[in-house]
Design a protein around this ligand. Structure first.
Ligand SMILES: NC(=O)c1ccc[n+]([C@@H]2O[C@H](COP(=O)([O-])OP(=O)(O)OC[C@H]3O[C@@H](n4cnc5c(N)ncnc54)[C@H](O)[C@@H]3O)[C@@H](O)[C@H]2O)c1
Length: 286
């Protein structure tokens, strides 16, 4: 009996924001499966870190200096993929950003920045990448990195959550529009995933890794996330690799939660006292 493997040998992937965090996890997972990678990333030092990690998998990564807020730069990154590799099979729309603020306190400039980085960047990259995939005639995969916030209320993050919800719906429609080309379009919806962004870090990620969470925070996370811990970037990358592979050849237009079960929990939390499940208000029945 032979096992199932994900083989993306000689495919080319473009990952936005691939220098760190979930984008890095995607770049490494795709490289582990045999793909070469273009990193459309704003931070050259972070990109260099991912280039080295991809090289350690025996694949090539190319840095395309890109601010995804600038659609011309996004288009130029796709052109760079074509120039370097002559093909494009996979697009991972990962770069995004958020600043927490009540909607009434948020400026119009801030709404527009959220929409540009989370939504317009995805539209620009997808619009530029699809003709290259279609030209290749081998199909392809687009994976959008949404969020658990796409499907629930997100106080302090209203515009971000609206953008992520839009990504999910865009994924469905686009899946239909490009199905005739054998191109599949899917989404992942992570919840808490340990990344530099989640820790408010900028610049290259230190060799020591991300800071440790306090015991109190870890206990809170263990109550709220059914699997009892934060996710790690590889866990997003591996689902993305699956979605780009022949193993998911009949899967398109869907959003896969990568959230340790939080979306399914729908408000249930683990009781601090009994370890059972409640709504955070203790036992409701006598
Ligand atoms: N980490 C989480 O818990 C979590 C949960 C749900 C969804 N997400 C989503 O995952 C995606 C990645 O988040 P993350 O936590 O890995 O972020 P991160 O900040 O850790 O990493 C983001 C990467 O994108 C790069 N980047 C930032 N702005 C850019 C720009 N304008 N142009 C190009 N590159 C840029 C950064 O330099 C960095 O390398 C985002 O879309 C985010 O909304 C994250």
């Amino acid at each position: 009996m032979s096992g199932l493997t994900i083989d993306l040998t000689d495919q080319v992937a473009l990952v936005t924001g691939g220098g760190a965090g979930i984008g890095q996890g995607c770049a490494i997972a795709l490289a582990r499966c045999g793909a070469d990678v273009v990193l459309a990333e704003i931070d050259p030092e972070r990109a260099a870190q991912t280039v080295a990690l991809v090289a350690a998998q025996g694949r090539r990564a190319v840095f395309a200096a890109t601010d995804v807020m600038d659609t011309d730069q996004v288009r130029a990154a796709v052109v760079a993929a074509d120039r370097e590799f002559g093909r494009l099979d996979i697009l991972v729309n990962n770069a995004g950003g958020v600043a927490g603020k009540r909607f009434l306190d948020q400026s119009e400039r801030s709404w527009r920045r959220h929409i540009d980085i989370n939504l317009v960047s995805m539209l620009a990259a997808t619009h530029a990448a699809l003709p290259l995939m279609i030209r290749g005639g081998r199909g392809g995969s687009v994976v959008n990195v949404a969020s658990i916030e796409a499907a629930r209320a997100a106080p302090m993050y209203a515009v971000y959550a609206a953008c992520k919800a839009a990504m999910v719906n865009f994924t469905k429609t686009l899946a239909l529009e490009v199905s005739e080309h054998g191109i599949r379009v899917n989404c992942i919806a992570p919840d808490l995933t340990a990344t530099p962004g989640l820790h408010g870090m900028t610049g290259p990620v230190p060799a020591s890794g991300l800071p440790q969470r306090s015991t109190e925070i870890q206990q809170g996370i263990a109550r709220y996330i059914p699997l009892g811990r934060e996710g790690v970037i590889d866990e997003c990358g591996e689902v993305v690799a699956f979605l780009c592979s022949p193993l998911s050849s009949y899967v398109t237009g869907v959003t896969i939660p990568v959230d340790g079960g939080t979306a399914s929990a729908g408000g249930w939390v683990r009781s601090a006292d009994s370890g059972g499940w409640d709504f955070g208000v203790g036992e409701l029945s006598p």
